[in-house]
Write a protein that binds this ligand. Structure first.
Ligand code: FAD
Length: 1006
């Protein structure tokens, strides 16, 4: 573009923008209009950050509150006058005093009224009839519409069916009325003739509970199955369907699904369809190019709606948590500039696509209008769109220019619409958002109309939010966890499939012992098999005898002499090399665990991540401990607290976390300067053998890491008893753990130590569901926590303690959700419930289910698909009405079995949850700040998770381990953990030699 053309364009953008501002000013709400009052209330709420947060959080939970007392209690908890500044009248109403019941009912009515008004501002109606009233009002004002049914993700097929049915109802009830409207060419026609009068916007995540990038084929099959009938219905009725774009994890799936369905014969020549592209994505332009190119292949026109994107906060926080580069631009002007580039591309392609532009930013809209004018496009060749309830003066301004404006109209019940409502409230009040700057803060029009790209150097023009890193400045740790694999990437999915093939190619290989650096084959072997298909032998592992155990301990004992004197830096360097190798071979290690231990893809990948983290974290910790010993010098005396390694550590590890726990305990012991003898669980011994090989390859000296697979009862017990083993690091069942503790406590002949026993055992973990919980999120989290990896994680949930008020609906929803949990061999990417580890475990869990069913109510028992034939599978099972005092309620299960218990009130829920010998993990779903606070104080577990699933802890951020009979109370992945592998020594040196004080600073003591 020449400079002259650019100059002319800039001038037109300014002119158009100023004109829009002027028109908008005329349409600003006046004090006699409801919109004005709503705006005043919004501004009042947003005056104070604490008040705003409390108010929005309260609104978010309001629809789940049953009565006035609950509303008043929550309002008081969120807006406690002690902490949140508020007007005196409100303060008096909410503060302590007489007539509480009456005040509660006043508060309840006021809060409900306020929230309804607020919701009514953004939500067009709760059913087709009320939506129709809004549509007709808008039509009278010169605007058309697209209808969106509120709701984001669904947890069950039944919920998805209801979502689809809502669209069907809209089509059936609105289309006949719309046909009878008298024509309005601006709204009803585009450059190609009449446009559908009814226009729908749908979210693909609402169409099936399985919409997961880990298995695109299955997702497309499932979602496509509900999408097609809906499209058919819409097409027959002459309605338009647009596919909305959600967060980036679904973007690839959404594009692929849209393209594949729209290439089918039935839909290929249908032009009344569209999809969204997002300019806040750093590769949004790539998506746009892809769609435009695909248009040629399809041969028929379709619409593209360009938006900036509604999930900026969630995307940046999610990326920071996952240690990934954010997929979105980090500076506001970058999103604005990207929108303009993409808009230009779209306007140049009006023959191929129908461009639509959704924005409330006057500069953005003015750019679109000026560019369209430069290209001599008629207003019928493109469309502008706004959201219902946002920037209403701007809507009037656009309509005033004689253009078609389509308003996005969400409709439906308030509860599923909460996510949407909160996003709108936040968007309206975002400091960087255009609406706030233009209409609340009344920033200068000239400034707001600046070219975003040109405004870039003076970033003061538009303030910029900073990327929130995982490690805030006040954090006590600078540790950065490794990132899990993103299975949204096709490349990563291919790598995993390739790695599974690779590991299959190694099936049947023999794995020797490693003692004193020497590989030793033995006569007796253990076949480690694939629990999903036990005829497949993953590896043949040599089994050690007790004599081998003696040799291994002797080798470790001998190696300890030199190893203990190596510097922390050298030990840390070796551990970091191990971490790097694991990272390099992460797919191979994960694939190994998928096949050897039946871990689903994400769990296996997470296991590798955790092992990597342990190696790096303990490397960092030992350097910290050694470089900064605690000193407290006294005059003439130097005092230092140092830590020394203990000696030989027996690492006795489980199969549930084959790499993370075995590798973690070993890494801690080695970092601290000990030598290790690793005796892994038989079912995870191939994974352990490969880990030990990595240690050998990176250069741990002979004897420092010894590999001793063997029978627990003989070799394991022998190690525990051995007089030269100073530390036993055990993770496993409580039965074995207690025996290990007892045996380790005895001092045997020749033993000069009290053994340090680090014993981590099981849990019988509960999640409490409060009566104000977000039930969809709670159901999803309980399903994940109970059934992922067939419930065989020590952190898995085996009990849901549900408050009476939501008990029945929770039971109903969890059954619906459990019906569609994918079951099968772990190597299938979608699998959630894989096999149990061995036949005996399978039989034990089946017996438990039999007994449980006799004592309580069987709510759900999944069906095993044909692929499970011959494997050690147990269907996911849910038992309701379990008596909290029955023996059944207290047993650790370690399988895909969930017991549901009813609690009359929150205190009883806490009591039931604590009514177990264990204290490992626990969860709470609640929106009551007071209940959350009580759970923090009284819920007796080592790891408490609030409003999220209870599996999947991260090293350093969530140190893991429990107390009571769950373990000896150490926290793996915590700054204290290494100290358990060391002896603390205080060294005091008299520095006063014959009265000579070496340090001049101390001469004043004379
Ligand atoms: C009809 C319609 C349909 C919509 N459909 C969808 C949809 O399917 N999917 C979807 O995601 N959104 C959708 N949206 C929502 C839309 O994304 C937001 O309303 C829009 O981003 C707000 O942009 P704006 O131009 O109106 O306002 P502006 O205030 O100019 O821009 C705000 C936007 O800038 C971006 N942003 C904010 N802070 C930063 C930062 N620090 N760095 C970089 N970028 C930043 C964000 O995208 C934010 O929403 C739709 C909106 C409308 C009007």
């Amino acid at each position: 573009m020449t400079t002259d053309v650019q100059r002319h364009l800039d001038a037109r953008i300014r002119e158009i923008g100023l004109d829009l501002f002027e028109r908008a000013a005329e349409a600003m709400p006046r004090p006699w209009q409801k919109a004005w009052w709503l705006e005043q209330v919004t501004q009042f709420v947003e005056r104070d950050a604490r008040f705003k947060t409390g108010a929005y959080e309260f609104v978010e939970c309001l629809p789940s509150l049953r009565d006035d007392a609950a509303i008043a209690r929550h309002l008081f908890e969120y807006l406690d006058p002690k902490n949140v500044p508020m007007p005196a009248t409100l303060h008096r109403l909410m503060g302590p005093g007489p007539l509480r019941g009456m005040r509660e009912s006043v508060i309840g009515s006021m809060a409900r009224f306020g929230a309804e008004q607020m919701a009514g501002r953004f939500i067009a109606g709760h059913d087709p009839r009320s939506a129709l009233r809004t549509i007709e009002r808008l039509r009278n004002q010169g605007m058309t519409f697209t209808l969106d049914v509120l709701g984001e993700f669904v947890t069950s097929p039944a919920q998805a069916d209801r979502y689809v049915q809502s669209y069907v109802d809209l089509i059936e009830q609105i289309t006949p009325v719309a046909r009878a409207w008298s024509p309005l060419p601006i709204l009803d026609e585009d450059d190609e003739g009449p446009m559908p009068r009814v226009n729908l916007s749908i979210k693909l995540t609402g169409l099936d509970p399985f919409f997961d990038p880990i298995d695109p084929a299955r997702s497309i099959e499932h979602v496509g199955a509900r999408l097609r009938p809906l499209l058919r219905k819409a097409r027959k009725a002459g309605a338009f369907v647009n596919v909305d774009m959600e967060s980036t994890q679904y973007r690839r799936l959404a594009l692929d699904l849209f393209k594949s369905v729209m290439m089918e014969d039935e839909f290929r020549d249908w032009s009344d369809v569209g999809i969204v592209v997002q300019a806040y994505l750093t590769d949004g332009e790539r998506d746009l190019r892809e769609l435009i190119e695909w248009r040629t292949q399809r041969g028929y026109r379709f619409a593209i709606r360009l938006v900036k994107g509604a999930y900026w906060d969630a995307e940046t926080a999610g990326a920071a948590r996952a240690r990934r580069t954010p997929p979105v631009w980090m500076r506001k002007w970058e999103s604005d500039a990207c929108f303009e580039r993409m808009a230009r591309t779209m306007l140049a392609c009006t023959a191929e696509i129908r461009p639509t532009f959704a924005s409330h930013n006057v500069r953005t809209l003015a750019f679109v209008l000026a560019e369209a004018e430069r290209l001599r496009l008629s207003p019928k060749q493109y469309e502008l769109q706004n959201l219902y309830g946002m920037g209403d003066p701007l809507k009037a301004a656009v309509v005033g220019t004689g253009r078609c404006l389509r308003v996005y109209l969400p409709c439906g019940a308030l509860m599923p619409g909460m996510g949407y409502l909160i996003r709108r409230l936040l968007e309206n009040s975002s400091n960087e958002g255009f609406l706030k700057q233009a209409f609340t803060e009344r920033a200068s029009h000239e400034r707001l109309l600046l070219d975003p790209a040109a405004a870039r150097p003076s970033s003061a023009a538009l303030p910029t939010r900073r990327y929130r890193d995982t490690v805030p400045e006040d954090s006590m740790s600078s540790f950065v966890n490794a990132a899990n694999t993103s299975f949204t990437s096709q490349d990563n999915r291919r790598k995993m499939i390739g790695a599974i093939e690779y590991v299959r190619g190694e099936f049947g290989r023999e794995y020797p012992l490693l003692i004193g650096g020497e590989a030793i084959s033995t006569e007796v072997r253990h076949d480690s098999v694939n629990p999903a298909k036990p005829s497949e032998v993953v590896g043949r592992v040599c089994l050690a005898s007790t004599a081998d155990a003696d040799r291994a301990v002797a080798a470790a004992y001998k190696a300890f002499r030199d190893w203990r004197t190596t510097s922390a830096t050298d030990r840390a360097a070796l551990l970091r090399k191990v971490a790097d190798r694991l990272e390099m071979r992460r797919f191979e290690f994960a694939a190994g665990m998928i096949l050897e231990c039946g871990k689903p893809w994400r769990e296996a990948d997470g296991d590798v991540t955790e092992a990597i983290d342990h190696c790096r974290y303990y490397a960092e910790q030992i350097e910290r401990i050694e470089s900064r010993p605690r000193r407290r010098d006294l005059p003439g005396e130097e005092n230092v607290l140092v830590y020394s390694p203990k000696g030989v550590v027996a690492v006795i590890s489980p199969w549930a976390f084959p790499l993370a726990i075995m590798g973690g305990m070993s890494a801690a012991a080695l970092a601290a300067g000990n030598t290790v003898v690793i005796k892994p669980a038989g079912h995870a011994s191939v994974t352990a053998a490969k880990f030990v090989q990595v240690c050998h390859d990176v250069g741990f000296p002979p004897g420092v890491v010894n590999f001793l697979p063997g029978e627990g009862a003989s070799v394991g017990a022998h190690l525990v008893e051995h007089a030269d083993v100073q530390v036993v690091a055990f993770t496993g069942s409580d039965v074995v753990g207690m025996a290990v503790l007892q045996s380790g406590a005895r001092v045997r002949p020749g033993q000069a130590y009290i053994k340090k026993m680090i014993v981590e055992m099981g849990g019988h973990n509960a999640i409490i569901i409060d009566d104000d919980a977000d039930l969809d999120r709670a159901v999803q989290a309980v399903i994940d926590s109970a059934f992922v990896q067939a419930g065989q994680k020590c952190s898995s949930c085996s009990r849901a303690v549900v408050l009476a008020g939501v008990y029945d609906s929770f039971c109903e929803r969890i059954v619906e959700a459990a019906r569609c949990v994918p079951i099968g061999p772990a190597e299938a990417p979608a699998t959630v419930v894989g096999p149990l580890i061995e036949k005996e475990e399978m039989q034990r869990v089946l017996r438990h289910i039999e007994r449980a069913t006799a004592e309580a109510r069987l709510l759900h028992r999944g069906e095993l698909p044909a692929e499970c034939e011959g494997g050690y599978f147990v269907p996911p099972t849910i038992i309701a009405d379990v008596d909290p005092s029955s023996p059944l309620a207290g047993e650790e299960i370690f399988g895909p079995v969930l017991s549901i218990m009813r609690a009359a009130d929150f205190q009883e829920a806490i009591d039931i949850a604590n009514q177990t010998r264990y204290a490992l993990t626990g969860g709470l779903f609640s929106r009551s700040p007071a209940h959350i606070e009580r759970a923090r104080r009284d819920f007796a577990v080592g790891n408490l998770y609030i409003n999220r699933r209870i599996i999947g802890s991260q090293v350093d951020a969530q140190p893991f381990g429990g107390f009571k009979l769950s373990g000896t109370g150490v926290k793996a992945g915590s700054p204290d953990y290494l100290l358990h592998y060391m002896d603390a020594r205080c060294i005091t040196e008299n520095t006063l030699r014959s009265g000579l004080v070496p340090d001049e600073s101390q001469t004043n003591l004379a």
